[in-house]
Design a protein around this ligand. Structure first.
Ligand code: C2E
Ligand code: CA
Ligand code: CA
Ligand code: CA
Length: 280
């Protein structure tokens, strides 16, 4: 029994080492990818539920590794946030999204907003975020009304006074502000009123079972009602079926995004689909 215990301990230790080593390996690989620029943006259409018209594109990052191929943001964004690499990556995302949206517009694609995801880390560096957005708009010629920023509810909870000031500076540029994954955090109605935000994005986890789960249904209806009473636009994400769409339409949700309409695609594919009349 003693020998076995010792063996288990060693096994445990080795497993720990493997985990730590894997993380270190991924961290080094990510650092290399940042230096080499191994990222692309895919864009997912956002539509007006009532008219079915395109109203925006959400920029979603992908890491293209020369050997492994495409790596999901779910595997590297958390690490990028922990290590601070999200600072450099986030700046790149903003500039690239502005550049590609402007280029699409010049190529005859509809003039809609491009939405970029912003991490809490990017909010905690004074004027940096605002400066990067300002200079990206200036250098690409994209109009501020064609850019929106998606921030998570957790940003609204930390360091409230500073966040309010930051959001006011961003609004001052003329861009749109959306709260992502809404419903998964702890914002209350009275709380939300303090932030100069425009859009609430209902988290996809509530949409998935909306027709079978009365709790999800209640949450979604409450968010839509809350949004309306605060004069906000409500966007449902993860809309996968016609039944989802019809339900949301009936509840008077404003906008939607999801596989029912379109998967995220590179800018040139979006343009091709648009030209072929097969985008939505
Ligand atoms: P998110 O911002 O909530 O983005 C929505 C995610 O849902 C995307 O996953 C999208 O591809 C996926 N999705 C879209 N429609 C559907 C649907 O109908 N059903 C289902 N099941 N999923 C759908 P993706 O692209 O893997 O991104 C995952 C997360 O990574 C994003 O969640 C966001 O939090 C983060 N992320 C992506 N790009 C960036 C970025 O540039 N910066 C930062 N900070 N985070 C990013
Ligand atoms: Ca998002
Ligand atoms: Ca989301
Ligand atoms: Ca999410």
């Amino acid at each position: 029994a003693k020998a076995e215990g010792k063996h288990n301990f060693q096994f445990y230790k080795e497993e720990m080492n493997t985990k730590a080593q894997e993380r270190l390996l991924l961290e080094n690989k990510l650092r290399h990818a940042v230096e080499s620029g191994h990222f692309v943006l895919h864009y997912q259409p956002q539509v007006d539920l009532r008219t079915g018209e395109l109203i925006g594109l959400e920029a979603l990052i992908r890491w293209i590794d020369p050997i492994q191929g495409m790596i999901s943001p779910l595997t590297f964004i958390p690490l990028a946030e922990e290590t601070g690499m999200i600072g450099t990556i986030g700046d790149w995302v903003i500039r690239k999204a502005c550049e590609e949206n402007k280029r699409l517009q010049l190529q005859g694609f509809p003039e809609v907003k491009v939405a970029v995801n912003v991490s809490a880390y990017q909010f905690r560096h004074g004027d940096h975020l605002c400066d990067v957005i300002k200079s990206s708009l200036a250098s690409t010629g994209l109009q501020a009304k064609h850019l929106s920023v998606e921030l998570t509810e957790s940003i609204l909870i930390e360091d409230v006074e500073d966040t309010i000031a930051q959001l006011h500076s961003l609004k001052g540029l003329g861009i749109t502000l959306a709260v992502d994954d809404f419903g998964t955090g702890y914002s209350s109605l009275s709380y939300l009123k303090r932030f100069p935000i425009d859009i609430l994005k209902i988290d996809q986890s509530f949409i998935r079972d909306i027709l079978d789960d009365v709790n999800d249904e209640a949450i979604v209806n409450a968010i839509i009602g809350m949004g309306r009473s605060l004069g906000l636009t409500v966007l449902a994400e993860g809309v996968e079926t016609i039944a989802h769409r019809d339900y949301l339409l009936h509840q008077k949700c404003n906008f939607a995004q999801g596989y029912l309409y379109c998967k995220p695609k590179p800018a040139d594919e979006l343009l091709e689909c648009w030209e072929a009349g097969s985008l939505l």
